[in-house]
Design a binder for this molecule. Structure first.
Ligand code: 4AD
Ligand code: MG
Length: 458
């Protein structure tokens, strides 16, 4: 269908001014003025709408009136001209309706609540809010790939169906093709008969596969869907989310913290530059002061405290937290938020967590109690990155696994990386959707995903 993208008209208007142009799009708004009617259409190529000016004598036209109904998809032809108020507009000459839009179209009003829009995820991309969300989501993805490409990381694709549980918190979705039936006397027999001949699930993290790839390729990253069957019905948890997991050889915990900070700043900067209109929208309508906050993040150094210090700060805060604060207990969102939002007031790396509350693969510190692990906490959200140096010593690693009751036979390939030419290496996992929340000020992870999957909702 021959037509010009609205984005192109705004980018190189001089090329089109005074000429007849054809644009396609959905009618976003229509209103009658004194001498003319104004119809704004959007084709998804840019955040700005294009205004069509319809002569009053044309408005009554059989063809034109239905083409002005909100939600209708149209192909419009007219002269592209400069306008005082809008910059550019089109004096409508002819219009073809591509798809009618009856009056029960749910997006008639200009503004809807996010709760209501969540009930119509298939139509959400036609709203300004979600157009902005998905434009920034796209730009952020490209910024992430760009960062790693510039810095010599190989993009690897880890399997989504896996037999190993990386995080060990029992949050894996099962993958199976056979229903359980009473003839199976044991779970082992049932699993042996299943598609893969063993128990399979959806990945909770690509890290273990990523480590194996990095042990030959040096520096890698994965960027893919991640699944957690957590029953956490919060604004920050999704059952299916996207995670970025770089893995770097010849790299200790201090090196990876430096990389993570550089990475976060770089992707914020690049995305803000790529989406000025959308960021302006979020700054005005979603989170006033967002741009100032992000500019501040770019200029400042992230904080760093040990878990032990953080626990002291929380204990001395005089706050009544819902969850207890005690050395050895995991930090909850309320604690993370206090630390990063109120006490340190900036993104914060909390390092050296107790080994007992973290995963098996983290490097054991000489104190025998903590591991070289860090979470990056940010104001407004809490944890966005989980990071660690990996235990490179085969014996120590096996001991940590045994202590957690893991079956070592399921991890022979992973353990081989420690047996054959083990090296110090580190990595992290960034929750992509949480990063998007941080960048846009969007308050609920359900509003960052095209079709969010959360407990009880598919
Ligand atoms: O802290 P997590 O569990 O770390 C790992 O999976 C490591 N294997 C990463 C690594 O070192 N390669 O998860 C990493 C991040 C969290 O910080 C959070 O941002 C995000 O993934 N995340 C979730 N995001 C949305 N919904 C959920 N249910 C999430 N669970 C974790
Ligand atoms: Mg974590």
């Amino acid at each position: 269908m021959k037509h010009t993208d609205i984005k192109k008209l705004y980018e190189t208007p001089k090329e089109f001014v005074g000429k007849s142009v054809t644009v396609c799009g959905w009618v976003r708004t229509a209103r009658d003025g004194k001498a003319v009617a104004f119809v704004e259409i959007n084709d998804g190529t840019c955040f700005k709408n294009m205004q069509l000016i319809v002569d009053k004598d044309k408005v009554a036209d059989e063809k034109i009136r239905p083409a002005m109904a909100v939600g209708t998809s149209v192909k419009a032809v007219g002269k592209f001209v400069e306008s005082e108020k809008n910059g550019w507009e089109i004096l409508l000459e002819d219009v073809e309706i591509l798809g009618e839009c009856p009056a029960d179209y749910p997006l008639q009003k200009k503004r809807h609540t996010l709760e209501f829009l969540r009930s119509i995820p298939h139509l959400r991309p036609r709203t300004r809010y979600f157009e902005a969300v998905f434009a920034v989501r796209d730009a952020l993805s490209h910024a992430i790939h760009g960062y790693f490409r510039r810095n010599g990381y190989k993009y690897v694709h880890a399997p989504i169906i896996t037999g190993s549980d990386c995080e060990g918190a029992g949050e894996m979705f099962r993958v199976t093709t056979q229903p359980w039936n009473a003839e199976y006397k044991s779970e082992d027999k049932y699993n042996a008969d299943d598609f893969f001949g063993k128990k399979a699930g959806l990945t909770v993290s690509a890290q273990l596969e990523g480590e194996m790839a990095a042990m030959g390729l040096g520096r890698i990253y994965t960027f893919g869907p991640t699944f957690r069957a957590e029953h956490s019905n919060t604004t920050r948890h999704a059952a299916e989310f996207w995670q970025i997991e770089p893995e770097v050889c010849f790299c200790d915990i201090d090196d990876i913290i430096e990389i993570a900070e550089d990475f976060i700043k770089s992707i914020i900067r690049e995305t803000m530059e790529a989406c000025p209109d959308e960021m302006e929208f979020f700054n005005s309508w979603v989170d006033k002061g967002l741009k100032e906050k992000l500019d501040g993040v770019l200029k400042s150094d992230f904080g760093r405290v040990t878990y032990t210090e953080a626990v002291e700060v929380l204990k001395k805060s005089g706050r009544e937290f819902k969850y207890p604060v005690e050395w050895g207990l995991d930090l909850q969102t309320e604690h993370e938020k206090y630390l990063t939002e109120e006490y340190y007031k900036k993104p914060l790396f909390v390092v050296d967590y107790p080994a007992d509350i973290k995963a098996f693969y983290m490097k054991q510190n000489p104190d025998g109690k903590t591991v070289a692990a860090t979470d990056l906490l940010v104001p407004g959200i809490g944890e966005i990155i989980g990071c660690s140096e990996r235990e490179a010593d085969s014996e120590k690693l096996k001991a940590a696994m045994t202590k957690r009751g893991m079956n070592l036979d399921g991890y022979t390939e992973y353990l081989d990386t420690r047996k054959y030419g083990s090296v110090p290496h580190s990595g992290f996992g960034l929750g992509f959707d949480r990063m998007l929340m941080y960048l846009t000020g969007v308050q609920n992870i359900r509003d960052t995903l095209l079709f969010p999957r959360t407990v009880g909702s598919l």
